[in-house]
Each structure stands twice: as structure tokens, then as C-alpha cells.
Write a new protein. Structure first.
Length: 182
């Protein structure tokens, strides 16, 4: 999220989109303060102990006044349920630190590290009712040949994620603008 905010303020997303809200399901999330400092409105609603569908129905009500074109997941570690997906079909975008045709779910960097491969891909995809099963928008392959630790692999992968996600979002938003917001 911080990388996207930075690209929005002074990088490839500047003038291409408006970030109108940063939401977290954890009221104490560090990203909320980062967003506040960037001048972006924030909203938090605690999801702990709540059923996914009930929470996402309430979330739909909370975000409806913002008239969002897209929901960009960045550090949102909660599976999105049908009420939210149906309200924003093909407008919820996520990034996954592995090739989703090979690995879905949490622990992707650990899986990649332990897989014995020397390269994998970061995947940007639309969110659907599954976990990392949505239509792939783009992938960026990266090499981790020569890394000596899981931490080193994560740092290499995160560097790719931080630039690639904004590049893909820029392409999506350019197309959205070109098509008159449809």
C-alpha cells in the first residue's frame, strides 16, 4: 500500500487515479497512519470474531458512499467473501507473491524458497470467490538465483511487487479512462 501511495503522489500513478480511501479490517494497522500522513481518508472496521459474509456486507455499506471504481488489495490478509465480490465483480484486484498456477494462499514466499526453483512470478489478478483463483491480469517473472535465505528471497520479491503492482494498475486505469470509465 505504501508503494502504491508513493506512486500516486509522485510516480506512475500520479494524475491517473484518485485514492479516495484506505480501509483496514484491523483498526491498529500501520497502513492507516501512513495513509493519513499522505492525506488519504481512512476507515477501519474490526473483523475479529465476525463471519466473513456479515463483515463484507457491512463493508459494502461502509464504502458505498465513496463510489469506488476499483478496490485494490494491498496487505489485506482476509479472504473476500461473495457479498463484496458480487458488488465489485472484476473491480477487486490483488497481488500474489507467486505464480498462482503453481501456488495459492498464504506462505507463498516460503513455498517458493523451499520449492528448489530459481525463478517464479508475481501475479496480479482479479479477486473471485476462491483464494488466488481469479483471472490473471499480469505476471512478472523474477529470479532468486543465489539467494541464501527466505528473508533475502522475500526482499527480492517485494521489490518486484512494489514496482510491478503500480505498473499493472497504471495500465488498468489508463484503459478505464480510455473507455470512458466503463
Amino acid at each position: 500500500m505504501q508503494a502504491i501511495l508513493s506512486q500516486w503522489q509522485s510516480g506512475i500513478l500520479k494524475g491517473v487515479c484518485d485514492i479516495v480511501l484506505v480501509f483496514s479490517n484491523h483498526p491498529d494497522a500501520a497502513g492507516l497512519e501512513i495513509a493519513r500522513e499522505a492525506g488519504v481518508p481512512v476507515l477501519a472496521c474490526d473483523s475479529r470474531g465476525r463471519k466473513r459474509e456479515d463483515f463484507d456486507r457491512e463493508l459494502c455499506e461502509l464504502i458505498a458512499p465513496y463510489k469506488l471504481d476499483y478496490i485494490i488489495l494491498a496487505g489485506y490478509m482476509r479472504v473476500v467473501s461473495p457479498p463484496l465480490i458480487q458488488a465489485y465483480r472484476r473491480r477487486i484486484i490483488n497481488i500474489h507473491p507467486a505464480d498462482t498456477s503453481q501456488f495459492k494462499g498464504i506462505g507463498a514466499y516460503k513455498w517458493v524458497y523451499e520449492s528448489g526453483q530459481t525463478k517464479n512470478a508475481v501475479t496480479v489478478h482479479f479477486v473471485d470467490e476462491g483464494v488466488d483463483t481469479g483471472e490473471v491480469i499480469a505476471k512478472r517473472e523474477y529470479s532468486f538465483e543465489g539467494v541464501s535465505s527466505l528473508h533475502e528471497l522475500e526482499q527480492r520479491g517485494l521489490a518486484v511487487e512494489h514496482s510491478f503492482y503500480s505498473e499493472v494498475l497504471r495500465s488498468i486505469f489508463d484503459l478505464f479512462i480510455h473507455n470512458g470509465g466503463n
